[in-house]
Design a protein around this ligand. Sequence first.
Ligand SMILES: [Zn+2]
Length: 91
Amino acid sequence: MAISRELILEPADIRRISIQCACGAEAVFTLKKHAEIPSECPSCHKRWNEAFSALVSLCDIMDELEKHGLRFRVPDPESKLNPNKPAAKGE
Ligand SMILES: [Zn+2]
């Protein structure tokens, strides 16, 4: 029997977002208000038109789904790192 654990995250838990520019700079922000979404790289000032549009859409989608009880279920990294569980082979 395989036991896998999941973390259950609500949208509010994953509102912190980072995005990396091609120049290597990273912008970290909270995906809560459109005004907080960076429209350009803070370092090289390249416009992030496509990423910005996608993030605005994602922000709206998250707001909408949050109203309907959206929850993300992600594999618990702790269960993969559990030293008591032998590595699965040939299952
Ligand atoms: Zn950049």
